[in-house]
Design a protein around this ligand. Sequence first.
Ligand code: ZN
Length: 160
Amino acid sequence: MQIADEMAVLIHYKVANTEGEVLDSSEGDEPLAYIQGQGNIVPGLEQALLGKSAGDKVQITVEPEDGYGVHEPEKVQTVPRNAFDTETKIEPGMQFQAEGEDGDVIVTVTEVTDEEVTVDANHPLAGQTLHFEVEVVSVRPCTEEELAHGHIHGEGGHHH
Ligand code: ZN
């Protein structure tokens, strides 16, 4: 069975940046379950998996435009240190939920001085070229219920 739109797909994956640093991996964990054609995974990877079958191995390089987007400088903001709760020690790498133009966004602290905190609302992987190694574990049609919910049930998916 080949991967096509509205198929439930299980994959094992490893993703590294251009320096070869592994950013994320399903190794030692359940495979990732997703629905093909619904934007559950980055567009470049979804495109590369189309037509593949269980057992297929795919190596693909995904440019930022087809990954988590380009890094947009206007999403980086500097805010006064006193805008934050003084009880909390603010450190680079911390993430907060903030209000954005299109609803809540996750911002990452990138720099802290005595006076100011720099936060970045880009996806942490924005601007990165990603190198994926993927093995297709299984492919089957989604159930009506899974399509209605927009996620996979069972292994690698939602249990409810
Ligand atoms: Zn569900």
